[in-house]
Design a binder for this molecule. Structure first.
Ligand code: GLU
Length: 283
């Protein structure tokens, strides 16, 4: 049994992160399993080293111990590139040259679970045009969702308390797997890492429930093990909205400075008790 907590070092951790970490850590300890920390630091433009140190200090303050050193996604770029090569060789990804503005301007771009559904402009470009533009233009790599879902067939996952869920990756459209400025998307990197680390139980916020549709598809395409999932309720602030990085009052650093005891807070969160004004809600 192995769980993990995977912060992105793009800001301070807040009560929502603490809740997630406490649940994943508690589940591992209760089962005599392992608890890992993964640092999702491949977004070079937004990741900051000081946030890595602060996140580790926050977890220590909460009394959350870990097994082994934290893994950094920035150390795993070769694995992401190898997976992308594999999908490329099978014709399951294609280069996309569209800018955000191009996509927004496309009248046929409806919204899906992860934002605008890509209208497919670059999906079937002639080989010669593709080769010429790849040499000259920045591009990302998109999954050809139609082909991928046809290859993968019906996909299920086990969700704690709910039983089997059917994954619906098609609703996401041709998602990006590697970006112009980052060698792998969250979906690709996270799915590969969880399998490589042997994570058996993924415990994370319900905001990532829809992402599991895509992760389940990538597991099938790349022949990866399928963990069990638990998507938990989200911590909301006094305004009833899900906490975000801008909610400074809920940051773990400010709670610590206010004299709150970390391990007591962790025990309260584990029991579903939140500080006054905060609540747990299912999206
Ligand atoms: N770094 C991701 C986040 O903070 C991790 C998501 C996950 O647990 O898969 O949202």
């Amino acid at each position: 049994m192995q769980t993990r907590f995977a912060p992105s070092p793009t800001g301070e951790l807040h009560l929502g992160h603490a809740y997630s970490a406490v649940l994943a850590h508690g589940a591992a300890r209760a089962a005599n399993g392992r608890f890992l920390i993964r640092i999702d630091d491949i977004d070079g433009s937004r990741s900051r080293e000081e946030h890595v140190a602060a996140a580790l200090a926050d977890l220590e303050w909460l009394g959350i111990d870990r097994d082994g050193d934290p893994l950094r996604q920035s150390d795993r770029l070769d694995s992401y590139a190898a997976a992308l090569d594999n999908l490329r060789a099978r014709g399951l990804v294609y280069p996309c040259f569209c800018t955000r503005a191009d996509i927004a301007a496309s009248l046929s771009a409806p919204h899906g679970p992860s934002g605008v559904v890509y209208p497919g402009t670059c999906r079937n470009l002639p080989d010669a045009e593709r080769a010429r533009r790849m040499a000259a233009e920045p591009h990302c790599w998109r999954l050809d969702m139609g082909r991928a879902t046809a290859e993968a067939g019906k996909l299920l996952w086990q969700e704690a308390g709910q039983g089997l869920r059917v994954a619906d990756p098609a609703a996401h459209g041709d998602i990006v797997l590697a970006r112009k400025d980052a060698p792998a998307s969250y979906h690709l990197a996270s799915t590969l890492d969880d399998a490589a680390l042997g994570v058996t139980h993924i415990i994370r916020g319900a905001d990532l429930l829809a992402s599991t549709d895509v992760h389940r598809l990538l597991q099938a395409l790349l022949d990866l093990s399928v963990p069990l999932y638990r998507h938990h309720a989200l911590v909301c602030g006094p305004d009833g909205k899900r906490l975000a990085k801008r909610d400074a009052a809920a940051s773990l650093a400010s709670l610590r400075v206010a004299g709150i005891d970390g391990p007591s807070l962790a025990a309260d969160l584990a029991a579903g008790r939140l500080p006054a004004g905060y609540s747990l809600q299912n999206p």
